[in-house]
Design a protein around this ligand. Structure first.
Ligand SMILES: Cc1cc2nc3c(=O)[nH]c(=O)nc-3n(C[C@H](O)[C@H](O)[C@H](O)COP(=O)(O)OP(=O)(O)OC[C@H]3O[C@@H](n4cnc5c(N)ncnc54)[C@H](O)[C@@H]3O)c2cc1C
Length: 399
């Protein structure tokens, strides 16, 4: 199919990339990109990094406004899709808007790119905390940081720690409370967690590990063990939930993400899903995984665009990679490890992860060369075994 109407729900990183890639791949039919957030589609990573310091929103746009008109992509933002009628191949908009003033839109092909929203733990007073997901959230945080603050961050994952590093650099007093016994426990090795704990403590940030937050009060936060942390700004960074309700209501299988096959197709052949909201089979383990990264969202989008435009359709097999900037450390992860995987710390800034003696992921700090070598080495089915790596002193760049 090269001329059908493609409707994309969600004008974030992946949805926008899908529209761009469809045109690049020669799709000639109409493309409608619908997003709930107002304004031009933008990138989120700077929201917890440079934007907090500079406030320069202009730099966040994924493409300038004229790009969409030039590529004949109908961009409808500030508009929510409320329902999908799969039998009629139509989506229903929550409000009557757009050039035709209509509430319904037909599609030949639908791409679900609805992303995630912040997980809000059910604890008393949590509505006092500010989240960090959207540009509006980041603007509110910038306003809150306009005078000296005592800041408590709930959650020692990437976003909480990136925010903490910036808030410290701006001179605020910062404490991070993490329920798990170590930082970024879901995604990095214990060695990397510990290196980052040293980094943040060295910056003067307080870290409280292993205690869930029990309450947010008007004086700060209370931990489960009764410890009180005084704060006049509380930031919630306790993870996310995929936006799957729309798909579920349309009868599509959902289980921690919209379930898709190795070609990123949902159970309905006319519907693909991508990025943060999609659970796809990990090409290495075959298990369903849901990744929250720019790489996954954009690579999924390219792969789906090739399939719809008729120039592809191969199984999705990109090596996952991710980065996080905290103070002057750039953490880069190639591959996908699970918390129970083995780790081998070659230095305090380079950790290899193994499953059954097979390399599955490489964590580096400020070492782009090794990271790039790891991305090449970790292609599914080609990752070297531990003894092969040992024979070369674990120098990935020699392969
Ligand atoms: C503060 C922050 C920092 C980050 N830093 C990094 C980083 O350093 N490196 C990295 O790799 N990743 C980072 N990420 C993650 C990365 O931004 C996401 O993985 C990526 O944006 C996912 O793209 P997506 O298209 O799946 O979802 P999103 O970009 O979240 O887009 C989904 C869009 O769908 C819209 N939507 C949902 N439901 C509907 C509906 N019914 N109708 C219309 N629109 C709808 C939402 O409003 C949203 O705009 C960061 C994320 C945040 C929040």
């Amino acid at each position: 199919m090269t001329d059908g109407h493609v409707v994309i729900i969600g004008a974030g990183q992946g949805g926008t990339q899908a529209a761009i890639s469809l045109r690049q791949e020669g799709h000639a039919g109409p493309i409608t990109l619908i997003g709930e957030e107002p304004g031009l589609p933008y990138q989120r990573p700077p929201l917890s990094k440079a934007f907090l310091k500079t406030g320069e929103a202009g730099k966040l746009a994924l493409r300038p406004g004229h790009f969409f008109a030039k590529k004949d992509i109908t961009l409808r933002t500030g508009l929510r899709v409320g329902a999908i009628d799969r039998a009629a191949r139509r989506v229903r908009l929550d409000a009557a808007e757009g050039p035709d003033g209509g509430r319904e839109l037909g599609y030949d092909h639908l791409i679900l790119a609805t992303g995630t929203r912040n997980l809000v733990p059910p604890i008393p007073g949590i509505s006092r905390a500010l989240g960090l997901r959207t540009l509006d959230d980041a603007r509110a945080l910038r306003r809150a940081l306009d005078r000296p603050r005592r800041v408590a961050v709930i959650g020692g994952g990437f976003i909480g720690l990136e925010f903490a590093a910036v808030a410290r650099a701006l001179g605020h007093e910062v404490t991070v409370a993490e329920a798990a016994p170590r930082l970024m426990a879901r995604v990095v090795s214990p060695e990397m967690s510990s290196a980052f704990a040293t980094l943040h403590r060295g910056l003067g940030t307080g870290l409280v590990l292993g205690q869930p937050v029990a309450e947010v009060t008007d004086g700060g936060i209370l931990l489960a063990d009764g410890t009180a942390i005084a704060a006049d700004l509380v930031v919630l960074a306790a993870g996310v939930r995929p936006n799957t309700e729309l798909s579920e209501a349309a009868g599509l299988p959902v289980d921690n993400g919209i379930r898709v096959d190795a070609r990123l197709r949902t159970a309905d052949p006319a519907i693909h899903a991508l990025g943060d909201c999609a659970a796809f089979p990990d090409p290495v383990s075959g298990r369903p995984v849901r990744l929250e990264s720019v790489q996954a969202a954009t690579d999924h989008a390219r792969s789906i665009a090739r399939a719809i435009a008729g120039s592809g359709g191969a199984e999705y097999a990109a090596v996952p990679w991710f980065w996080s900037d905290q103070a002057d450390w750039k953490l880069q992860i190639a591959g996908l490890a699970r918390p129970e995987d083995d780790s081998l710390a070659l230095t305090d800034k380079l950790v290899l992860r193994f499953r059954a003696d097979q390399l599955v992921a490489v964590e580096t700090i400020n070492d782009a060369r090794t990271h790039m070598a790891a991305r090449r080495l970790l292609a599914p089915g080609q990752a070297p075994a531990r003894d092969k790596l040992a024979a070369r002193d674990y120098d990935l760049t020699t392969f």
